[in-house]
Design a protein around this ligand. Sequence first.
Ligand SMILES: Cc1cc2nc3c(=O)[nH]c(=O)nc-3n(C[C@H](O)[C@H](O)[C@H](O)COP(=O)(O)O)c2cc1C
Length: 200
Amino acid sequence: MDAIEAIASRRSLRQLSGRAVPDELVERVVANALLAPAPHHTKPWRYGILGPERRHLLATRMGDAWRADLERDGQPAPLIERLLRKSRRQIVAAPALVLACLTHEGLRDWPDERRARHEWAMAQQSVGAGMQNLMLAAHAMGLASYWISAPLFAPDAVRAALELPPEFVAQAFVVLGYASSGATPKPRAAPDASALVVRR
Ligand SMILES: Cc1cc2nc3c(=O)[nH]c(=O)nc-3n(C[C@H](O)[C@H](O)[C@H](O)COP(=O)(O)O)c2cc1C
């Protein structure tokens, strides 16, 4: 599969079979994230492949943080329980679960808040590029994947559950697995051509 075909045919697939993904394959997929472009030759990312041991604690800590947000929003209890159950299932049952974090390592220390914010935004853009590399590589190697942004909303809970160093800032999970037979991605609308502005 060439790059153009991979970009066009990759889809988020959330219906996964229970088939285990070999560790060696997961590592080969994740290695592609490390080839992403990054600002001024930094490598501000860290990727973790999360085995099953800590996932229950991780789901519990993240669930507690999300519950607090949802209760503050005034969401009804049955909805909160449903959302938390689904989130726990996704984390615990993922055939392979990859966590992407950022660190400040190598980034410039700007004297003002505005440029510091942009420096961090550049790091976030680079981890996004890494995630895309990872998902395209997974697709090319026959794996389904999808992105979960919940860690971005609960970085302290992730850090505590996984005993990560204080400078690690969780950004996202990618779930990797083999698609269930008959799994079909949601229909995708044709790209909105107006998003491509061409001046000649
Ligand atoms: C920054 C970001 C956050 C996302 N968060 C989630 C998420 O929390 N849960 C989820 O199921 N999918 C998530 N997705 C996947 C999108 O829903 C998906 O990419 C989008 O619907 C387009 O579908 P496609 O990937 O099949 O093209 C996220 C994607 C991105 C880029």
